[in-house]
Design a protein around this ligand. Structure first.
Ligand code: CAA
Length: 258
């Protein structure tokens, strides 16, 4: 399971915990690390024994952004031909629920990575920022888009233009973060929630995720049509039969993801 160089993986109780593992550079995201991350996420997405994916960072940060050393001497054509952000696009296509557990810095690409996840649990020590502007660039892995969709144009511009750091509390108040917890409880609380999610019927969880993501881009009418199709589709599942039968028989359902 740990054939990777830049990430570590641990699976327990149907939850895959992926840990970014370059602590000496605050988990700066080099291209190989992102490739490994995509590979691992897609592998768990296809694995029936995994129901939730948790992403966290080893050491004192979640991730301090893209690896500046790696990209400092790149030119535009190199970047265009590398097309590295195609890997990031794949991260956003993961169908299972993903939760970022963030402590310390989540900067630039690190913040973008956390925003790629469905839910975000933060330690009280977490700090979020898009500091790209301070080094003469801008976010390239979805930061301007995802932050704006989450908190609106006015607030997003403020954070993106200044590159200032926001505390976990500010991120919570802006609706970026689901929970803020004491540092020593971050993983425990995240896992507690993940375990709850892992017990929910996987197909419902999957189709709800798909429908909610559509709500971000679709008109309300298109979104409703999409939701409806997913609702109908669930009536082909054994879990729908089991869930409703269990309700009628007044017992706990046993969901299998089929
Ligand atoms: N890339 C490469 N190395 C990084 C890094 C990064 N993004 N962030 C930190 N490091 C390295 C440092 O160079 C340092 O390495 P050495 O010990 O070999 O010198 C090590 O991690 C520890 O960092 P510091 O000594 O700087 O630790 P600190 O506590 O004093 O400061 C920090 C921490 C404020 C996060 C500071 O390291 C920093 O500002 N990092 C850069 C943050 C940044 O600009 N991120 C955006 C990158 S661009 C991007 O992400 C583009 C995109 O959209 C994809």
């Amino acid at each position: 399971m740990n054939d990777f160089q830049y990430i570590r993986i641990n699976i327990e109780e149907q939850i895959a915990v992926i840990e970014l593992n370059r602590p000496h550079v605050l988990n700066a995201l080099n291209r190989n690390m992102v490739m490994e991350l995509v590979q691992a996420m897609e592998m768990h997405d296809r694995d029936d024994d995994v129901r939730v994916i948790v992403l966290t960072g080893r050491g004192r940060a979640f991730a301090a952004g893209a690896d500046i050393d790696e990209m400092a001497s790149d030119d535009s054509i190199t970047l265009e031909l590398l097309n590295q952000f195609a890997d990031w696009d794949r991260l956003a296509l993961i169908k299972k629920p993903t939760i970022a557990a963030v402590h310390g810095f989540a900067l630039g690409g690190g913040f973008e990575l956390a925003l790629c996840c469905d839910l975000l649990f933060a330690s009280e020590t977490a700090e979020f920022a898009f500091p790209e502007v301070n080094i003469g660039v801008m976010p390239g892995a979805g930061g301007t888009q995802r932050l704006t969709k989450l908190i609106g144009k006015t607030k997003a511009l403020e954070w993106l233009w200044t590159g200032e750091r926001m505390s976990a509390k500010e991120a919570y108040e802006l609706g970026i973060v689901n929970r803020v917890v004491a540092p020593e409880l971050l993983l425990e609380e995240t896992m507690r929630f993940a375990r709850k999610l892992a017990k929910q019927p996987p197909l419902s969880v999957r189709f709800i995720k798909e429908a909610v993501h559509k709500a971000v881009d679709y008109s309300i009418y298109e979104g409703m049509q999409f939701e409806r199709k997913n609702f109908y589709l669930l009536f082909s599942s054994e879990d729908q039969k089991e869930g409703m039968r269990a309700f009628i028989e007044k017992r706990k359902p046993h969901f299998q993801g089929r």
